[in-house]
Write a protein that binds this ligand. Sequence first.
Ligand SMILES: N[C@@H](CCC(=O)N[C@@H](CS)C(=O)NCC(=O)O)C(=O)O
Ligand SMILES: *[C@@H]1O[C@H](CO)[C@@H](O)[C@H](O)[C@H]1NC(C)=O
Length: 217
Amino acid sequence: MAVKLHGLAMSSCTALVLSCIHEKGVDFELVPVNLSAGQHKQPPFLAKNPFGLIPVLEDGDLTLFESRAISTYIAEKFKETGHDLMRHNNRNEAALVKVWAEVESQNYHPAISPIVYQFLVAPLLGQNPNQEIINTNLEKLSKVLDVYEAKLSTTKYLAGDFYSLADLHHFPSTYYFMKSPWASLVNDRPHVKAWWEDISSRPASVKVAEGMVLGQK
Ligand SMILES: N[C@@H](CCC(=O)N[C@@H](CS)C(=O)NCC(=O)O)C(=O)O
Ligand SMILES: *[C@@H]1O[C@H](CO)[C@@H](O)[C@H](O)[C@H]1NC(C)=O
């Protein structure tokens, strides 16, 4: 039975889950949520995610929210199919995948996401981008990327010499960031640049990027 993903292909949180779904070749149905109509703030959707945010995954009786938890669930449930995103046969490598997935969630995402929001989303909502927020977060992101540059000069991917869920979680936000005037933060760091070119050219990433056109449904 196909899993049901409630969300929008252009939303980076949904795209994170879609990247995992495509890596694993999982059968799925994308159920659109009308954000402009506030469908995500109404009782039927709130029953699936009380925080009223996309994405939500339904797999039979199981309902999940939080994109990173959803992708982890998919990577674990379908560990035998497609690319092994969790290194489930090696406890140490699996732990390193979790470390770098945390780094994405705790260090990388909090810096990159406000930049993407101010640059790409605010104008769609008729707001002026807040340059102060952008500058503060560019500074934070630079420091995180310095750590990545050092790490990626010792291993090909973040958790080791294998593509994992930790790398995958970086795809959607970085995809939008690379359309901004500050893409040089990535491109000026040779190992980060090579890593980005590698992870963004994976067939699953290319597929997900097709749906990442902001302002579309
Ligand atoms: N931590 C949550 C964040 C979810 C989230 O912020 N979703 C956004 C789209 S990327 C949303 O639903 N926005 C609609 C709104 O804020 O009203 C996750 O990763 O799933
Ligand atoms: C979403 O809701 C808005 C406002 O109710 C409506 O105008 C629009 O047609 C809806 N979009 C879709 C794709 O159903």
